[in-house]
Design a protein around this ligand. Sequence first.
Ligand SMILES: Cc1ncc(COP(=O)(O)O)c(C=O)c1O
Length: 440
Amino acid sequence: MALKHEKSNALWQKAKEVIPLGVSSSFRFHGPKNTYYVARAKGAYYWDVDGNRYIDYSLAWGPVILGHAYDEVDNYVHEQIKLRGTTTALTTDLEIEVAEKFVAMCPCVEKVRLVNSGTEATMHSLRLARGYTGRDKYIKFEGAYHGVHDYVLYSMYANPMPVYGSRRSPIPVPESSGIPKVINDTVITVPYNDCEALDLALKRSGHEVAAILVEPVLGNCVAIGPEPGFLQFLRQKCDEYGIVLIFDEVKTGFHLAVGGAQEYYGVTPDLATYAKAIGNGYPAAAFGGKKELMDMIAVGQVEIDGTYCGNVVSVAAMNATLGIIQREPVLETIFKRGRRLQEGLRSIFEENGIPAFVTEHPAMFGIILAEKMPRDQREWELTDKATYQKIVLAAHERGISKHEVIREPYFLSYSHSEADIDETLNVMADVVHEVKLGRI
Ligand SMILES: Cc1ncc(COP(=O)(O)O)c(C=O)c1O
């Protein structure tokens, strides 16, 4: 039975008069009838303004790793604001504490700068790589998302078939009006997991390339993971051509391992970007890496600034969240529950005779309806996305919420209980069966 959304629908009518699309980030817009407004969130749940309760597997696209309104983090943030205010034009000792945590946790990080969003982190990292190498171009993988600055809004979710060109010479597709045309010449796009295409691109332009920017797992394309040897190949080619290897760990950071994807896959980049899970939902972000690179950040060298960089709210949230991740079995708990959910989902699809893949990581995984596992966005576009979209929407109407955009993975938090997993599997079993019978 469909949930009621009357209050959300009325709020959308009001919001659209004063906010474009009625939302502050366009990814929150799902049409006039499906754009919902939230009233409350706690632990693994949120409640919309119509009073519907959902088990949340979107967790704000990943950040809420401990659970919504997590008392220990919130109390610490409040305490620090009362003591220090929210921001001054000076640095606090808290920033040093947080930086030390990054250095201890992340294999590539010898020095780190604290910023406010993943967009800032990737933008600054690219500038740093360009400043370091004296080169302008960079390589981006199709289907990856790195934020909303002009350099990275390319070949993310366009339908690749008509516009991405051949694998041998991909066409970088800007995903927005307003990006200066000159930027096209600085972006080289390559299909993910395609060593041959990458090799070819490097043979043509390797000595003009400042950076290879990669989501180690395609967190913005159903969490398709790297094939064995792919990340190692990137490391090897970056060394060969003097290119800076940047892992965008905004989604993988602290979901895959305490040291992120670089620890999980045993490949150390030169720079890495972080956001989301490092602050449990507060606007916290960072980028860091080798001293040699990071020490180029200096007045008159590579310029990295920001009024709110290092603000007390974000830094306190990072300090508390990272402290809890270091101290408590956060990831172990998430992995245990996530594996149960993944195995349960695999069985549900199998029992219904629907060929499906549930991707690898229990803390962050996608579902792909296909006979053969896709290795990149081009192949994923050919899978049964329409049926999967039906499943996601029907589950939402029964209280299991994952972001409606099906590229987005399921995320789990420390607050998801065994009972939440049971409830989710019961709902998913019903939904998948009804889809199979053609009732949805
Ligand atoms: C891998 C990745 N990088 C960068 C970003 C941009 O982060 P933000 O939305 O904090 O600017 C995102 C956001 O979803 C992301 O998934």
